[in-house]
Design a protein around this ligand. Structure first.
Ligand SMILES: CC(=O)Nc1ccn([C@@H]2O[C@H](CO)[C@@H](O)[C@H]2O)c(=O)n1
Length: 129
């Protein structure tokens, strides 16, 4: 059996980047199961993540899985990704999360204790099961 040549095509679907970060783009994203219905109905159109969990780029279409059981439930297309300070979160963010601002801020501090800089990822639904 012959050995394949060293792979150099793993990022072939990504546009050429101006920084090195696209090389680390994640190929999937997970959400807590309790947000599945909100995502499928497009009541939830953003997510707020720490840097390590926000390596997605505008135009990318990625599959979405539940955090709990890694069950696929839709694909999303990334619209934008932008840094946001925790202290700058406002009711417009909460509305796009389909939850009250106080609840959103509490939740983020449970998921990412002490975090001050987040990334807001806007997305749109591409497919659903
Ligand atoms: C499962 C996993 O790995 N991580 C996360 C992290 C965040 N979120 C949601 O993003 C918004 C702001 O953080 C809120 O709606 C969160 O609940 C999520 O669903 N899953």
């Amino acid at each position: 059996m012959s050995t394949p040549p060293t792979s150099k095509a793993s990022n072939s679907t990504l546009e050429p980047s101006t920084s090195s970060s696209a090389a680390e783009a994640q190929t999937r994203i997970s959400f807590f199961e309790r947000f599945e219905a909100d995502i499928l109905s497009q009541r939830k159109t953003i997510t707020l993540r720490e840097w390590a969990d926000a390596k997605v780029y505008p135009g990318q279409i990625i599959p979405v899985f539940t955090f709990e059981t890694q069950r696929w439930f839709c694909d999303i297309q990334i619209i934008s990704r932008q840094a946001i300070q925790f202290d700058a979160l406002n009711s417009a963010h909460a509305e796009q999360e389909n939850m009250p601002l106080a609840e959103l801020k509490d939740l983020i501090q449970v998921i990412y204790p002490g975090i001050s800089e987040l990334f807001e990822i806007k997305f749109t639904l591409k497919t659903e099961c």
